[in-house]
Ligand binder design. Sequence first.
Ligand code: ZN
Ligand code: FE
Length: 256
Amino acid sequence: MAEIKIEQFPCRQDNFGVLVHDAKTGVTASIDAPEEAPIVQALERMGWGLNHIFVTHHHLDHVEAIPALKERYGANVFGPASEAAKIPGIDETVSDGDHFHFGSLRVEVIETPGHTLGHVCYYMPEASVLFAADTLFALGCGRVFEGTPEQMHASLQRLAVLPDDTIVYCGHEYTAANAAFAVTVDPQNAVLERRAEEVARLRDAGMATLPTTIGVEKATNPFLRPSDQAIRTHLGMPDASDAEVFAEIRRRKDSF
Ligand code: ZN
Ligand code: FE
């Protein structure tokens, strides 16, 4: 059993900071680098150094603190090869299908173009953990800024085939807004209804709604459910392709 510890905390307005620590070897990684101060505070609170930063994509709210964290800790920065020019301080480039070792754990790189063209997710199979950043959110998905809806749909489907018990950390706390939208496209989903109630309770208590799991998202997240008959009927798209239904759900969310 992997001895992994994960610390999640808020950064910026609605980003998450996430630290991963391998207790066996004592190494620590930060998933992205949204903001220096909360990351430093979390490292000090946990008594951890910072060995690596695993960058998912080039957006400022994921890379801004890289130079400061490198300077302070000498952390080694991994990031997507195709976005390397936009990621300050990048040391090692990764591409789809690559794997590398973090302490005693294997990390697999899954390219998920859509939100940005080079966005990668980091998957640790022995720990059953996925760091999905701005590709998959609880009850939602990232906006399709650089890719096409077809690409984003294919990227999400690659994540959906991971085991149901995979724990998913995401880049942002958007779940309450995502829930409000999700029930408008999947109004008869009782599992979604219960999840939306749980999300409201957690937010009222000032608590994070993340992490989630692949199984929960497959049952509740409309962006992973374009093949669902009830959603298709509700959207009046019984014969469309899954990618077309996904694109329609994304289009509706963009103007929700
Ligand atoms: Zn982003
Ligand atoms: Fe972001």
